[in-house]
Design a protein around this ligand. Structure first.
Ligand SMILES: Nc1nc2c([nH]c(=O)n2[C@H]2C[C@H](O)[C@@H](COP(=O)(O)OP(=O)(O)OP(=O)(O)O)O2)c(=O)[nH]1
Ligand SMILES: [Mg+2]
Length: 188
């Protein structure tokens, strides 16, 4: 793990999974009841790429190996759950442009140098979406809750993945807590 900051190296070698998942209700995460019918994974996969909404989210580490997290506000899908900053890609945008815009709008920083980590199609409450998570290797500025939301740096060993939406739980379990893969990406 040459080249990685010491703390980040520890994260990638010492992580373990001990918690078991609890339901969203038990976690007090509000799943909005929508009219969207539940689609099987096969049905989700059969939606043409240009007909499904794209969502991009960014995972950023600081020099202490902490990860940037914000809290979703009341009244939105997955209200009060934690999230990685990001949002919906607009029609004219690339994923990179959307990440740049979302990070400026939501946490007031300029981001650069993106590496894809993981993506998944999801049954949203109002429409299906395809969510893409990127590792963001560079950023400029000090993050803050630019939309009035809580934003904070979290030690990776303090992440409770139950507090995130389901797609993000999978990302955390498979690519952040147990991680050789992310380390590989980080070095590329
Ligand atoms: N930002 C973010 N969204 C996530 C995560 N996990 C997850 O399932 N989502 C879902 C929640 C939403 O249904 C969807 C889009 O995110 P969003 O609500 O942030 O979209 P946005 O910033 O464009 O917000 P808006 O303009 O629609 O209000 O992605 C995550 O880790 N971060
Ligand atoms: Mg957002």
């Amino acid at each position: 793990m040459e080249g990685l900051p010491q703390k980040l190296e520890n994260i990638f070698t010492n992580s373990s999974l001990s918690q078991s998942a609890t339901s969203l209700e038990e976690q007090h995460i509000n799943v909005v009841d929508g009219a969207n019918p539940f689609l099987s994974q096969e049905e989700l996969d059969n939606i043409p790429d240009h007909q499904i909404r794209h969502v991009v989210c960014g995972v950023i580490f600081n020099e202490y190996g902490q990860v940037l997290v914000s809290r979703r506000r009341a009244g939105v899908e997955y209200a009060n759950s934690l999230e990685f900053p990001g949002g919906k890609v607009e029609h004219h945008e690339t994923h990179e442009q959307a990440l740049l815009r979302e990070f400026e709008e939501e946490v007031g920083i300029t981001v650069a140098n993106f590496k894809p980590i993981y993506d998944q199609r999801v049954n949203g409450s109002s429409e299906p979406f395809h969510i893409y998570f990127y590792l963001i290797k560079d950023f400029f500025g000090q993050p803050y809750g630019a939309e009035g939301q809580d934003v904070f740096w979290l030690n990776v060993d303090e992440i409770d993945y139950n507090r995130f939406p389901p797609a993000t739980q999978l990302l955390i379990q498979n690519f952040i807590l147990t991680n050789e893969y992310l380390n590989d990406i980080y070095r590329r």
